[in-house]
Design a protein around this ligand. Sequence first.
Ligand SMILES: C[S@@+](CC[C@H](N)C(=O)[O-])C[C@H]1O[C@@H](n2cnc3c(N)ncnc32)[C@H](O)[C@@H]1O
Length: 263
Amino acid sequence: MARTFTRLPPALDRALPLLQPWAREQGRLVPEGYLDLIGAAGPESTGMAQDLMVTRIVPAVYERWWRPGLGRVAKGVLGPSMSEEHRIARLLLGLSPGDGVLDVACGTGNFTRDFARTVGPDGLVVGIDLSATMLARAVIDTREADLLGRAAFVRGDAAELPFQDSSFDGVCCFAALHLFADPMRALDRMTAVLTPGGRIAIFTSVQGRTAPLRTLISLTGGRSGMRIFEQDEVVGALEDRGYVEIQQRVAGVTQFVGGRLAG
Ligand SMILES: C[S@@+](CC[C@H](N)C(=O)[O-])C[C@H]1O[C@@H](n2cnc3c(N)ncnc32)[C@H](O)[C@@H]1O
């Protein structure tokens, strides 16, 4: 059941020192239990896919039907299941107890909670997302999982990540980079908030290898507002930003990419 928050949930209180001063000043705790840095005027939508994420319907069916269903179509029948995706994220991030993790475009917090279990009570995971309705669901489910002591939620834009440099040991961005208006700017910010030696994990779109796949995604991609990355575009972007030990796994029209920030 939804609860009204009048005080910061414990993990959000612990996350405050990681915020940039402007965010500490402007952030507003909303009754749903997350810190809102956006208010009424959000950034312009990139298209239908992003619009759907701010409805009330998608958060209600997201983890059970929406994400596994669309993910299966995009990853292909032999692509990783949702539980394998969680395992891939944990492996790419190489998390240990006590780590700090940022989950960019966390949606309903499905991966955020998983990381919170891995980093344990001394760790801290912050999920950030643009959608108020996704975040409201994230807080409800995280409270039910008794994880609000180690998982906090912030409403903000991935292109303007409001955290101080070198704040996190791991940064995850699953199923979202292709929705951003400026994905390279978002990668810049993710890199800035990552501590040297920290790891990044990305799951996003990639151009299909076969002609039918390329045709299918050129038809759907344009209408939805989703960007389709070239095969080496995200890997190249990580190389340019100083990542090493870069790994890429392609499944259908999706890719998992991970790397360690040199330092
Ligand atoms: C498909 S969901 C991904 C949720 C989760 N990471 C997962 O893998 O299931 C995409 C999320 O990206 C968020 N999003 C889109 N554009 C964003 C932006 N510029 N900044 C932050 N979040 C954004 C949407 O609100 C939505 O919750």
